[in-house]
Each structure stands twice: as C-alpha cells, then as structure tokens.
Write a protein that binds this ligand. Structure first.
Ligand SMILES: NC(=O)CC[C@H](N)C(=O)O
Length: 350
C-alpha cells in the first residue's frame, strides 16, 4: 500500500484547464526531484530480464490534449510496455467490434485479486472479469480482428503505434524472456478455453499477448498514448483520430475500475484518475479533457505498481488539480455578510 505524502504538496482546485505551461513545467520538475531519491520497492523478476533493469531510472512526462509535452528525467529511456498495453488493446478491440461484444466476453468488474490470478477465473465461472488483468487481456487480444495470429499482432502493433504517434517495435529480448517463463498465462488461456471463452488457439493468443507486452515504449510515449484517450481518441501530436470518443470514454471507465489491479480503489481514492500500470515500472494516468502523465521507474510495490510512479502521479494530481472527483472552486462571492467566512480557494476549510 502506498501512502501519498501530503506534506507541502500545494493542492490546486480543479478547473477545466491545466495551469500555464511554465507552471506545469515547474511542477513536473519538482515532482521529479521530490522522488528521485526514493528507492523503495523491488524489480519484477518473474520475467527474468526485468530484473536487469536499472533501478535508478526515473522519467516523468506529461502531454496535454493540445500536444504540449513536458518532461523531466529519463523520459527517453525504453522499457517494455507490459500490462499498459491492455488498456490500448482494449480500446482498439472496442473500436473494431463494439463495446457490447467486448463487455459480454470480457466484463469490466474488478477481480480484487492479483493480475495473474487463476483463482479469479475459477471463482467467476470461467469469466475473465475485466480487460486489465491477464485473463481478461488474453480474452481481449483474442478478439482482435485478423485472419491469423500474425495479422492480429501486426494490427495491435500498428494500433498502439497510432496511440504513441510513432512506430513502436518489439523488444525481442523481453519477448523471449517472457515466453520462457509464461506457463501461468498459458494455463490461464487453457482455462478460458475450457470454459468456452476463447475461440482462438490459446497458445497462439498467448504469443500475441506476450508480444504486445514486449512493445518498447518511453515515458513520453505513455503520456502521448494517454493524452489520446484524454482528448477523446485524437492523438494530440499527429492529429489522427485513433478511436472514437465513446471508446476513449469506455476505456477510461475500465481503467478506473481495474487499471491498478487490486489497488484500484485505493488509487482512485488517493489520486482520482483512471490509470494503468505495468510490471516493467510504467504508469499512465489520464486526466480526461486535459492530458496524461507517463512515468517510468522500475521499482515496484507488491501489487506490481511502480512506487515512485505512484507518488509522482499523486503529487501531480494534487498540484495540478487533476482529481476527477474534486469539485471546481466555488466562484468568489462579494455579497457575504461580514460575519460569513469566504470559502477557502480549494473549497475546503483552510
Ligand atoms: N502486470 C503486468 O504488467 C503483467 C504483464 C506480463 N506480461 C504478464 O503477463 O505477466
């Protein structure tokens, strides 16, 4: 469980816009320096190559829906996207086959269990529950249009590249490392097959899923991918519409429910933004209508979420006034009777 350190975090009232450019720049840098020396957490090692990551890497990026990019630290460092791919593959599949078909096959409720839980499938009568855990993500990947697994993979690679606004490539070393250690995902796919919930070849679908997780991205890419969802499906850098506004909305709802796995409730409570994490240490946190934060720092908490990433998102959510559930500041009123106290700027008592 992470704790948000509220000491000294200037909390901004929620408004329809981000503050001015220079303020965002200053706050991104502040967040970066604030957590640079935080070395809590562990590298993921169940995918052997992830244990070789440099724990010191820390990149913090924000892209707004107008396409302005803010960066601090190692925002150009490459890492495998891992589970963050689930959000964008879900969006692509919804765009292709429609929200209801995906909802019926996959679902959108939190399992309350770890992302690779086999028990979650068993407890729910073979239903994968949501697209952000492995079972639901494998079921979602299987729904990607394509005559073969090779075509499905290429459609996913191209689709995620449109979200990023640049061609994304497979990290072959990460792919091979995970393929040698992904017996559990193969078991989950076989289990889904046994319940009649997978109509593709289970092992081929796990192969495509493993490739999608091994796509190489940067923190800056994550910010732009998230900003595409924040902007109703239009990539703010390329101007291309990647998915419809409805699909962007539905994807953010699915992220809010389960993007941070069994910690999703705590995350919403503390940070108030739909987000998705991955075991390589990335997080994308989306502020609808404003922009998105992309962060990379490979030291993880026990749920598999980046420790520095969570703290930096919390800091920025507060200081930029991004929390979705915060009411906007009440308009200043001049007609107060002298004994009435004017509300504090952020709507809370001072
Ligand atoms: N949480 C994650 O990022 C998990 C992704 C990883 N590829 C897996 O299937 O286990």
């Amino acid at each position: 469980m992470f704790e948000l350190d509220s000491d000294g975090v200037e909390q901004r009232a929620s408004t329809g816009n981000l503050p001015f450019d220079s303020e965002v720049d200053a706050l991104i840098l502040k967040a970066y320096h604030r957590y640079l020396d935080l070395n809590d957490g562990q590298l993921a090692d169940y995918i052997p190559i992830l244990a070789q990551a440099d724990p010191a890497l820390f990149g913090l990026a924000l892209t707004d829906i107008a396409g302005t990019q803010y960066r601090a630290g190692d925002t150009g460092a490459s890492f495998s996207i891992q589970s963050i791919s689930k959000a964008f593959v879900f969006a692509l599949v919804c765009e292709e086959i429609g929200h209801s078909a995906v909802h019926d096959r996959v679902g959108v409720n939190n399992t309350g269990l770890p992302f690779n839980s086999v028990m979650a499938v068993e407890l729910n009568d073979g239903h994968p529950m949501n697209p952000m855990v492995n079972a639901g993500a494998i079921a979602t990947t299987a729904l990607m249009p394509g005559a073969t697994d090779v075509e499905q993979w290429e459609a996913i690679r191209l689709g995620l590249s449109r979200f990023a606004g640049r061609p994304l490539e497979l990290d072959g070393d990460v792919y091979r490392s995970e393929m040698a250690a992904n017996q559990r995902n193969k078991a989950i796919a076989r289990l889904l097959e046994s319940y009649g919930r997978l109509t593709t070849d289970p092992l081929e679908t796990v192969d495509v899923y493993t490739r999608q997780c091994a796509l190489s991205v940067t923190a800056n890419d994550l910010a732009t991918m998230g900003a595409t969802l924040a902007g109703g499906g239009v990539n703010p850098i390329t101007g291309e519409r990647v998915v419809s506004a409805e699909v962007a909305r539905d994807t953010l709802a699915a992220l809010a429910a389960a993007g941070m796995y069994e910690r999703s409730g705590e995350w919403l409570f503390e940070i108030g933004l739909p987000a998705k994490s991955g075991v390589s240490g990335g997080i994308v946190a989306v502020s609808p209508g404003k922009g998105a934060i992309g962060v990379y720092s490979p030291l993880l908490d026990p749920a598999g979420n980046s420790v520095r990433g969570q703290r930096a998102c919390g800091y920025l959510s507060r200081s930029l006034g991004l929390n979705l559930f915060a009411s906007p500041a009440p308009p200043a009123r001049s007609e107060h009777a002298p004994h009435e106290q004017a509300p504090h700027e952020n709507g809370n008592p001072a």
